[in-house]
Design a binder for this molecule. Structure first.
Ligand code: SME
Length: 159
């Protein structure tokens, strides 16, 4: 997948070249966001204690800057420790709305030593936007950046 390879290359370069982890998160969010014109909101949450805290994003501002584990699609992905793809957010009771235009969502946990330390969240205004290629590419990105992120799962540690 051409686009996926381009994204991975861009993230690998950022991981090598960007020292500051805040800037790295911004670079990674931008690379993901620009990898598809149908990714309409892209953000990275990091786990602090029992909450996912929004660190950086592109797209409209979200009211959900802190999400407890278990709440929303994001909280469900953290609790279940797996990627969640929601083809139609209007049919999912767990969904916490960010933009009224959002139709589908994918949340990919970032693991370190088998524990969730954060998540990559992508919303699309297109129904059923996320498939296996998206999942594989974003799970690869999560694996590439994990060693460069601050903190450790569940300890509420900050940079
Ligand atoms: N939709 C997410 C909340 C985050 S916003 O989409 C940015 C959820 O249901 O957890």
């Amino acid at each position: 997948m051409e686009k996926g390879r381009e994204l991975i290359d861009r993230v690998e370069r950022a991981v090598r070249e960007v020292r500051d982890h805040g800037r790295l998160l911004q670079a990674v969010v931008r690379a993901i966001h620009e990898s598809s014109d149908r990714y309409d909101w892209t953000g990275i949450y990091l786990l602090q204690g029992e909450e996912l805290v929004l660190r950086t994003y592109l797209g409209p501002p979200s009211p959900h800057e802190r999400i407890p584990i278990g709440k929303g699609i994001c909280g469900a992905a953290a609790r279940e420790q797996r990627t969640i793809i929601v083809p139609d957010v209007q049919q999912d009771d767990r969904y916490l709305a960010c933009s009224l235009e959002t139709r589908s969502e994918m949340v990919v946990p970032i693991f370190r030593n088998g524990q969730v330390i954060g998540e990559i969240d992508i919303d699309s205004n297109t129904p059923d936007r996320f498939g296996d290629c998206d999942r594989q590419a974003i799970e690869t990105v999560a694996g590439l950046i994990t060693a460069r992120l601050p903190g450790s799962a569940g300890k509420g540690e900050q940079e």
